[in-house]
Design a protein around this ligand. Structure first.
Ligand code: AVI
Length: 322
């Protein structure tokens, strides 16, 4: 880890564990182990999100192209924020290429490793796709692309927006709106509010992978900040109610205990039953999408859902009253 990132990690852990109630940012789930566990999560029977969005990309590819209103005559840039392994997007890329569309695919990710893997796999599976990966912060990269002359279609899939609070999601939309030009499009994939009996198991799978994913955060603090969390003394405790539409993950202390974090020279006390809030996974409907975009120059133009209505890809266009 770069030293500035390590300093930020220490600061976030210090602040989060000093707060009442205690919290830790979910972005720290994703070290090498966390990335591996998240890949496993995406294949779990209970984790319907990835399958549902993949179904949209596989079964409604023509619809997506139609709703985007693109034509083979006009070149565009397809930009994907946090592309991962690009499995879903490849369905769209294959169809666009087969139908003679002229475009560049620009996956943006913080991880150069993920981008290299994606570029290599595309070179084999879809060698005609012009892939121009960009490593870095989403907004910095988008800003650098703002003055390009082609239309931009920005993909933000997987309900990744749901890991932000509504306030931060609204800020994200405002920032994103500033980097887009009038004919650009945001293609936003989100998980839809639905019954607890479907959502909760997705965050509490029977194989215990999500439990390991959540606990890896404490293991990472042990590894990188030289702490002595006893993982067995904490339990994965997810919550969800259909009324709030927000799934939350917690780590619950199973006893009264103290933990020492050497690199910040601080001891933290945990009461039996005390919880550390580690993640929000917001679920959406049209009203909530409208709310998080109300101060951004973006409005819903259309949407596509899977056959169960579990997941929706919204197409948002730049509104002209801004
Ligand atoms: C990445 N993100 C959309 C996942 C989600 O569903 O909130 C992360 C995750 N957390 C537990 N399981 C999956």
């Amino acid at each position: 880890m770069q030293s500035s990132m390590l300093e930020q990690f220490k600061k976030d852990v210090m602040e989060g564990l000093s707060a009442k109630p205690k919290r830790l940012p979910s972005k720290y789930f994703y070290d090498q182990r966390g990335d591996e566990l998240f890949v496993q999560i995406m294949h779990l029977p209970e984790y319907y999100l990835t399958r549902a969005e993949h179904e949209i990309f596989r079964e409604q590819t023509e619809n997506i192209i139609q709703e985007l209103g693109i034509s083979p005559e006009k070149h565009f840039e397809l930009i994907e924020l946090g592309a991962g392994d690009g499995t879903k997007t490849k369905e769209l890329l294959a169809k666009l290429t087969a139908n003679g569309f002229s475009y560049d695919y620009l996956p943006i990710d913080i991880s150069q490793n993920a981008l290299n893997g994606l570029k290599d796999s595309l070179a084999i599976e879809l060698p005609d796709v012009c892939c121009r990966p960009k490593q870095g912060d989403y907004f910095e990269v988008l800003e650098s692309l703002k003055n390009g002359k082609h239309q931009k279609i920005v993909l933000f899939l997987g309900s990744n927006i749901g890991n932000l609070s509504d306030e931060r999601a609204a800020d994200f939309m405002n920032e994103l709106g500033k980097t887009l030009n009038p004919d650009d499009i945001l293609f936003l994939g989100v998980d839809i509010i639905k019954d607890e009996s479907i959502v909760l198991p997705a965050y509490n799978d029977s194989a215990g992978v999500t439990r390991a994913f959540n606990l890896n955060l404490l293991e990472r603090i042990n590894r990188e900040l030289d702490a002595n969390f006893n993982i067995e003394n904490f339990e994965h405790a997810p919550e969800y109610t259909v009324e709030s539409g927000v799934a939350k993950s917690f780590l619950k202390s199973l006893e009264n205990q103290s933990v020492y974090i050497r690199s910040i020279d601080r001891e933290f006390h945990f009461e039996k039953g005390e919880k550390i809030h580690t993640e929000v996974s917001r679920k959406y409907n049209d009203e909530i999408i409208e709310k998080i975009t109300e101060n951004a120059p973006l409005e819903i133009s259309s949407k596509l859902s899977d056959s169960n209505n579990y997941f929706t890809d919204y197409i948002l266009r730049i509104s002209n009253h801004f």
